[in-house]
Design a protein around this ligand. Structure first.
Ligand SMILES: *[C@@H]1O[C@H](CO)[C@@H](O)[C@H](O)[C@H]1NC(C)=O
Ligand SMILES: *[C@@H]1O[C@H](CO)[C@@H](O)[C@H](O)[C@H]1NC(C)=O
Length: 641
């Protein structure tokens, strides 16, 4: 061999090994997601929930997007920076998120009319859609004060909230035209359009929802827009947003890694503006730390007897609650604005990595004077929650609840024995249809963050929590040449400290497997546990070798679809969508979404409704595909293989 060719070969080999197999896979997956002909992004660069349009899960259409998808997009670009040293894409992903899913000033009028001594009136939640009407009670029940408002106004000079609304209609298929800064401009407006779906309590599933605009000036829907479909009381033109704070926390966690990687490669100055925005988001998502009506945390039974809190000491649980929301009137005359938090927390939403970042990472310290102190309390409380909820088997049981049945009811007696700061164990926090802790994916989504936290801090207490979880997942996972099987649907029995996890079904979904591989990788990298590392590698290799396709890495699934399900509409109520779809008591899921009948995959549903077999789909969800990319990249970065 002549020397020149030898050097060329040597050069090529060095180049590959410098990058490593797993970082290469990250880049291959990343490039597929960014290939415009693969359809992951809208023309404005907004990540869709999925490439495919016919998808109903928590969002009801594949080309909607969620705060979740935006947070995954930010994380994808953070790691792209970690692997290539180009952090411009990370900045860009944050800008897209800020521009298209955080409500701008003009989209949240009258927040200055908010009364922090009376955040909102108490109204009982519905347990089933048919619990109608629900709404404010008379006489009014006590609510607590909002201890964050004045501090945030003082810090940022505005009464607006900086947080992601959870859902947008990226291409404006519903036609509300609720684009940033506008209210109901109609079907001709390009997307994204801010919408909401869930409105009627925890037993409502996606197939029972009635999508509605976040800004409702009564142009569509019934005589009073959509508001009186869900609650009684006075209605005037209004707006409202709902935050799923696990997504916001995920964006902060992604920013933390961008900060670490950019620091290591001398690029920190490229991203300091974005890191400041991440810390600002951290300042605001403290709104998820409270009881829904800022009432007392602990033994809060009976809306009239449980008092309002007087400040953080009595009304904060310091966990990432399932939700927070804010809204107000459109008109300024007799204008108003309100805020609610969430007295129910799911372990799956907790993010000790984000908390750690906001406490410790230079350039990510929130500006409000009490924010770091609050996040320190939150970090401790989150870690305590994992311990409290860990089952005998090792998996984590649902969460804790301060507001039983969304009506401050008396919980079952057995839950009153071993409480969590006076809150009760809840195996299916907030959502019952399907129960929020049946889906296995919540486990590795959350343990991944816990493992990152352990990787960064070496906290021995967290290691022992992870030891148990890792032993469980190693025992419950089977990998062969042609695929893997891991838990997919979980059942729960008993109460803490004796909760048991039973596995109802096993499956091979790629996102949960990838998140599991990340958990195992971070855990193994700090603890030198070879078995965990091997399983991570086997999962990654097996999905790559067996489940790769043109768009990413995916497996076929058979979702439980009920497109002809009747949607509850009160007798006599009628209204209309911008496209003319009628909402009345004979409405069905697809009846109020006639655009689905033009979907390229509609024939499968039609065939099923005509008595054919249950349809199968191969979906490319943004989060699933990002989970795969991140798991490959993580393994590559940690082990340099
Ligand atoms: C704010 O709420 C408190 C407590 O309900 C009430 O006493 C006060 O009058 C309200 N302030 C305004 C300006 O409405
Ligand atoms: C809806 O479709 C399912 C599945 O094909 C069928 O069993 C059911 O009878 C249909 N219901 C209505 C109201 O059409």
């Amino acid at each position: 061999m002549n020397l020149y060719i030898f050097l060329l070969i040597l050069g090529a080999v060095t180049c590959i090994s410098a990058q490593g197999v797993y970082k290469q896979r990250f880049l291959e997956q990343y490039n597929k997601m960014h290939n415009p002909s693969n359809g992951y992004f809208s023309s404005k660069g907004i990540p869709y929930h999925a490439v495919e349009t016919l998808v109903v899960e928590s969002s009801d259409y594949g080309h909607e997007t969620t705060s979740e998808a935006h947070s995954y997009y930010i994380w994808l670009e953070s790691m792209y920076g970690g692997i290539t040293n180009d952090f411009s894409k990370f900045n860009e992903a944050w800008e897209i998120m800020e521009k298209y899913i955080i409500p701008v000033h003009a989209s949240q009028p009258n927040t200055n009319l908010y009364n922090a001594s009376h955040p909102s009136g108490y109204g009982p939640g519905g347990n089933v859609p048919e619990d109608y009407p629900i709404g404010p009670v008379t006489p009014p029940a006590p609510v607590g004060v909002d201890p964050l408002y004045q501090e945030l106004v003082d810090t940022y000079g505005t009464s607006d909230i900086y947080a992601m609304h959870w859902l947008t209609d990226v291409d404006n298929v519903y036609g509300f035209g609720n684009s940033p800064g506008n209210c109901q401009l109609g079907p001709d407006e390009p997307g994204p359009s801010f919408i909401n779906t869930y409105q009627r309590g925890p037993r409502e599933n996606a197939f029972k929802t009635i999508p509605q605009p976040t800004c409702d000036n009564f142009k569509y829907g019934g005589k009073l827009g959509f508001g009186d479909l869900f609650s009684a009381g006075d209605h005037s033109p209004n707006w409202k947003y709902s935050v799923a704070p696990d997504a916001d926390a995920r964006a902060i966690q992604a920013a933390f890694w961008a900060s670490r990687w950019a620091t290591a490669s001398g690029q920190l100055s490229q991203i300091t503006d974005t890191l400041a925005k991440a810390s600002k988001l951290g300042d605001y998502i403290r709104y998820s730390f409270f009881d829904k009506y800022f009432k007392r945390i602990g033994n809060c039974i009976d809306p009239y007897k449980c008092p309002g809190g007087t400040g953080k000491d009595d009304s904060a649980h310091y966990l990432l609650g399932w939700f927070f929301g804010w809204g107000g009137s459109i008109a300024t005359e007799y204008g108003y604005s309100w805020r609610i938090s969430e007295g129910v927390a799911h372990f799956g939403y907790q993010n000790p990595m984000a908390a750690y970042a906001l406490i410790n990472e230079p350039n990510m310290t929130p500006k409000s004077p009490t924010a770091v102190e609050d996040w320190k309390k939150s970090l401790d409380r989150q870690l305590e929650l994992y311990e409290y909820l860990q089952s005998v088997e090792g998996a984590f049981a649902g969460g804790v609840n301060n507001n039983w049945n969304d009506r401050y009811e008396e919980p079952p007696a057995e839950l009153k024995e071993n409480t969590f700061h006076g809150m009760w164990y809840d195996w299916e926090p907030v959502a019952y249809n399907p129960p929020s802790n049946q889906w296995f994916g919540m486990q590795p989504w959350s343990t991944d963050r816990l493992a990152q936290y352990y990787y960064v801090t070496g906290d021995e207490k967290v290691k022992s929590i992870l030891d148990k979880w890792v032993a469980w997942i190693i025992k419950e996972t089977t990998v062969t040449e042609t695929g893997y099987q891991m838990p997919s649907t979980l059942d729960w029995e008993g109460t803490p400290p004796n909760v048991h996890c039973k596995i109802r079904y096993y499956g091979n979904g790629v996102g949960p497997a990838a998140a599991t591989a990340r958990t195992l990788s971070y855990y193994a990298a700090r603890s030198n546990n070879q078995e965990a590392k091997n399983l991570a590698k086997n999962l990654l290799d097996t999905m790559w070798n067996n489940y790769k396709d043109d768009l990413g890495v995916a497996v076929e699934e058979q979702p439980d679809y009920s497109f002809n399900e009747t949607v509850y509409v009160p007798d006599g109520w009628t209204g209309m969508y911008p496209n003319g779809d009628v909402i009345d008591s004979s409405a069905t899921f697809v009846g109020i979404r006639s655009f689905y009948k033009k979907d390229p995959q509609w024939y499968k549903i039609e065939n099923y409704l005509n008595g054919g077999p249950a349809p199968k789909f191969t979906y490319h969800r943004f989060w699933d595909q990002t989970d795969v990319a991140l798991a490959m990249g993580t393994y590559g970065l940690l082990f340099d293989e």
